[in-house]
Design a protein around this ligand. Sequence first.
Ligand code: PLP
Length: 534
Amino acid sequence: MTAMTTKTTAADAPTIETPAGGTTTPAAPAASAATAPPPTISGHRGLQLEEPLIFELDSPGRPGVDLPPVPAVRARLGAVSARGRIGLPDLAEPTVVRHYTRLSQNNYAIDAGFYPLGSCTMKHNPRLNEKLARLPGFADVHPLQPVETAQGALALIDQLAHWLKTVTGMPAVALSPGAGAHGELCGMMAIRAALEDREGPARTKVLVPESAHGTNPATAVGCGYQVVAIPNDARGRLDLAAYEAALGDDVAAVMLTNPNTYGLFETEILRVADGIHQVGGFFYCDGANFNAIVGRVRPADLGIDAMHLNLHKTFSTPHGGGGPGSGPVVFSAPLAPYVPFPYVVHGDDGYTLVETRHCDHRGGREFGRIKGFHGQMGMYVRALAYMMSLGGDGLRQAATDAVINANYILARLKDLMPPTFGDRCLHEALFDDRCLKGTGVTTLDLAKALIDEGFHPMTVYFPLGITGAMLIEPTESETKATLDRFIATMRGLIGRAQAGDVASFKAAPRLVPRRRLDETAAARKPILRWRDRG
Ligand SMILES: *Cc1c(COP(=O)(O)O)cnc(C)c1O
């Protein structure tokens, strides 16, 4: 939890000596004494142990290891030599182990419970993938080792490229981008390189629908383009007339998210592709939500020129606090010569990595590299293990199940919570706060109440432009029993709000190590550095 940067609402909570000698403040008292958990002497609450900052556990002179005394040497650092303690805490090993273990237990995780965070695709990461990623030949491979000694790793990279090209129908792929947003940058840099090759820096604009993920306009601006926002229509899709009116020979690209951030398929996508191609621009598709359509739709058949895939969403590699992302980009034939280094080729003498123009087979028109070394090897192993263990039919089934699960939630909630756009969705269900109108309870209050019920809240206040948005993505990996429990909880909470029980919402969450945090202060005035109070 973010105890370091935030504060509880406790006005006069007592200060408590912790067993390790630090001081800490217990959670705030609840609004009503009847609902407040009883205070404890230790500050702990059952298995919920109160945890100070590691600096507060400092016990000067109690190091975790004994080091031999430093031999007398002639100091040559002069004025820059250290004159005192450098401010790191002295701690015994068990104190360190317990500190981090307790912090980890304060975290909610996909391995702990249902995590319906829309747009994030927090699905189960099969343990088989983890086992394979830990094989020493993959886990210990070094980016600088000679390629003759890394043939298996290169074969895996080559095979992953093959699978990604096959499921998208696209002829080329850049594997190295380290996240979805990084993939967008890679795709747009390839588009810019291709356009400048053809006609110089003539085009200045990129069209981005208002429903886009925020990374899309940021990427376009980062590549030096001016963003032209295209509104949505009443169905939550791109307004085709506004789009066509904005097209011109100064437009470099359109960046369309499909399925879009409302959880809907962009039904006019073929006309979007035709329009941008007619004016000589490229079609960038944000494919972060490919998990909704993988195995059912091939992006190549939609006229897409470049699209990133989030291995950490669609292909089930850990993310959030759990691991690095990976955002490969697939490309159409006109952009293939601009795909950045490195890429793997297979010849008579095995696999080689193409890293310089000198050995480029494609005429050397790529923009360079997008990342040091070759990308996230561990994510490559997990993603390929996931795809091969599911197979083509299994991937299709996963997408189908993700869509069915989201529609099940939508169908079971819609009488109490009207969905924002119609009563069908793809992989995520979008609601807004109309169901809370006049109750005094906000979307945020509802999310906080879900924490007490043992659920990670859904995504709130995103997508932007939807009032009090609630975006729920169950993913395919949840059982009907879990979904039913979540649905029953949501129905109970909405019912409670509509019955006028505002106070219980404003007091939530009550059953957690930290209560309502001042999130604005935490974001605006973060305390990033420990200052010794002594
Ligand atoms: C998650 C997401 C991104 C960004 O991906 P990161 O890996 O977080 O950089 C971009 N677009 C959409 C639609 C997303 O859902």
